[in-house]
Design a protein around this ligand. Structure first.
Ligand code: COA
Length: 157
């Protein structure tokens, strides 16, 4: 069985993430969406809240599972016997950071491969921070986040 891990902080999940999850689910037998901690970020949503938002929006994708992990991503991958990471690339500026991360992860687990999927054109500008900024000032979130979680995001502000 071909398993892939799609890691991120997902604070919160956006349509850009959902697009990558949906496309990955067609490429792999199982996709593990994994909520991890980026130690440089102060999250708005708790891990439990983030898991709930992702589970609600991916429940129609039968081969997608959603979990959290605290610690190094490579340790999660090893635990799951998985050697493929999925990352979305939006703009050229993502590349440098993601390339560095891919090599850092590989230094810890040589058999681990990072697979980059280009973001859909309509989500190239999107990030969780942009969604939070728009929500904070009552901006329009239509098309940027799944409709079933829009109110949860608005309720945070
Ligand atoms: N559509 C929309 N937004 C996207 C996207 C897409 N396809 N792909 C990425 N993004 C956004 C994310 O929402 C995030 O936005 P934000 O900065 O506003 O929060 C940003 O782009 C960066 O995404 P990503 O590179 O996935 O970072 P992340 O912070 O979400 O996740 C971890 C990084 C959690 C995977 C990483 O820190 C990690 O692996 N942590 C565990 C510890 C570890 O193993 N570290 C590595 C070894 S040194």
């Amino acid at each position: 069985m071909k398993i892939a891990v799609y890691p991120g902080s997902f604070d919160p999940l956006t349509n850009g993430h959902l697009d990558i999850i949906t496309r990955s689910s067609k490429l792999f037998d199982k996709v593990l969406v994994t909520v991890l901690t980026n130690s440089t970020k102060q999250p708005l949503f708790s891990v439990e809240e983030r898991l709930d938002l992702i589970r609600r929006t991916t429940k129609h994708l039968k081969n997608v599972e959603v979990e959290s992990f605290s610690g190094l991503l490579v340790n999660f991958a090893k635990e799951k016997n998985c050697n493929v990471l999925i990352k979305g690339l939006r703009v050229v500026s993502d590349f440098e950071y993601e390339f560095q991360m891919a090599l850092a992860n590989k230094s810890q687990m040589p058999e681990l491969e990072t697979l980059f999927l280009p973001s859909a054109q309509e989500y190239m500008f999107l990030s969780s921070s942009i969604v939070k900024e728009l929500a904070r000032y009552h901006g329009d979130l239509t098309g940027l986040v799944p409709p079933e979680i829009e109110q949860d995001i608005r309720n945070k502000f």
